[in-house]
Write a protein that binds this ligand. Structure first.
Ligand SMILES: [Fe+2]
Ligand SMILES: [Fe+2]
Length: 295
C-alpha cells in the first residue's frame, strides 16, 4: 500500500501534465492539413483521452492539493477559461471547459479515504502510462515524417521535439511513482537544465510565431532566448548541483512577459500565429518551473 505522498505527487503531476498533454494533442490537430486526416484523428483521440484522465485527476484531487500548487498558476491561470473558449471557436476543436471551472474551484482540504483513493490513483497512473506510450509514439511518428519531408504541418519540427521531451519527462515521473511510490528527486541541476531549455525554446517559438511587424515583441523574445541560452550553458557546465538563482530571476521576468502576451492575444492586441491556449500553455509551464524552483 502506497503512502499519502504517492497520492499527492501523482495527482499534482496529472493536474499539470495531463492538461499539458491534452493541449499538445490539440495543437497537433490544429496544425494538420486535410491530407493528414489519419494523424489528425489520432491527435483528437489523445486530446479526448487526456481530457478524461485530467477530469478523473480533478475529481480525486478535491481536498488533496496543497495551496501552494493551487496558487502557483501551473494548473490553470486567470486566462485559461477565456483562452479555451476562444481556441475552440477559432479551431472548431471541442474543449471541455467544465474541467477548468472545476479546477478553479479546487480546495486544499477535505476528507481522505487513503486506501480507496490510493487504488484509484494507481489505476490512473496505469492509464497515464498507456496513453503516454501512444502519444509519444504518435509525436515520434509525426516528427520523423516531417524530418524526411513526407509530412507538412504548421508546427515547427523543434516544437515537435519539444513536446516529445515534455511527454517523456511526464512518463518518467509516473513510472517512478509506480516503481518507488515517489518521484525520486533528480538533482536540481538536471531539473534546471531541462526547464531552461524548455524556456529558451518557448522564447524561440514566440519569436517565430509573432507577426513580422511585431518588432518590439520579437526583440524581447530574442532577448529571452539568448539569456536562456547562456543560462543553459552555465547549467550544463556547472560542477555543483545547486540551483542558479539567475534562472529564477529570468523565469519570473519571462513569466511576466508571457502573461502580458497571453493577455494581449486574448484581447486581440497582438498580431501572431499563436492560439490563445498556446499562450496560456507556455505561461503555465513557466509557473510550474518557478514552483519547483521555489520548493
Ligand atoms: Fe508543453
Ligand atoms: Fe513547453
Amino acid at each position: 500500500m502506497y503512502t499519502e505522498n504517492y497520492i499527492t505527487e501523482s495527482l499534482v503531476l496529472h493536474l499539470f501534465f495531463g492538461r499539458i498533454m491534452k493541449e499538445h494533442s490539440l495543437f497537433l490537430k490544429a496544425g494538420f492539413t486535410p491530407v493528414n486526416f489519419n494523424c489528425s484523428a489520432k491527435a483528437e483521440f489523445y486530446k479526448n483521452e487526456f481530457e478524461k484522465l485530467l477530469s478523473r485527476a480533478v475529481t480525486l484531487s478535491s481536498g488533496k492539493t496543497s495551496r501552494k500548487v493551487l496558487d502557483s498558476g501551473e494548473i490553470v491561470t486567470e486566462f485559461t477559461l477565456v483562452a479555451e473558449r476562444q481556441t475552440e471557436k477559432l479551431t472548431g476543436i471541442p474543449i471541455n471547459s467544465s474541467i477548468t471551472r472545476r479546477e478553479l474551484n479546487l480546495g486544499s482540504s477535505g476528507c481522505r479515504d487513503i486506501a480507496n483513493i490510493s487504488r484509484q490513483v494507481k489505476a490512473l497512473n496505469r492509464t497515464a502510462l498507456r496513453l503516454l506510450d501512444g502519444l509519444i509514439a504518435l509525436k515520434e511518428e509525426i516528427l520523423n515524417r516531417v524530418l524526411c519531408c513526407q509530412m507538412f504541418t504548421m508546427n515547427y519540427p523543434l516544437l515537435l521535439e519539444h513536446i516529445l521531451r515534455e511527454a517523456k519527462l511526464y512518463r518518467k515521473y509516473v513510472q517512478m511513482l509506480e516503481d518507488n511510490g515517489e518521484i525520486c528527486t533528480q538533482s536540481m541541476k538536471e531539473v534546471e537544465c531541462f526547464w531552461n531549455q524548455i524556456m529558451m525554446e518557448h522564447a524561440l517559438f514566440i519569436r517565430g510565431l509573432l507577426d513580422l511587424s511585431e518588432t518590439e515583441l520579437i526583440n524581447s523574445a530574442d532577448g529571452f532566448a539568448s539569456d536562456y541560452s547562456v543560462l543553459l550553458n552555465c547549467c550544463n557546465n556547472a560542477q555543483n548541483r545547486t540551483l542558479n538563482i539567475d534562472s529564477m530571476a529570468e523565469t519570473k521576468k519571462f513569466r511576466d512577459f508571457k502573461a502580458a502576451g497571453a493577455k494581449g492575444i486574448e484581447n486581440c492586441k497582438i498580431r501572431s500565429l499563436i492560439l490563445p491556449l498556446l499562450a496560456d500553455h507556455v505561461l503555465r509551464e513557466a509557473n510550474h518551473y518557478i514552483r519547483i524552483m521555489e520548493s
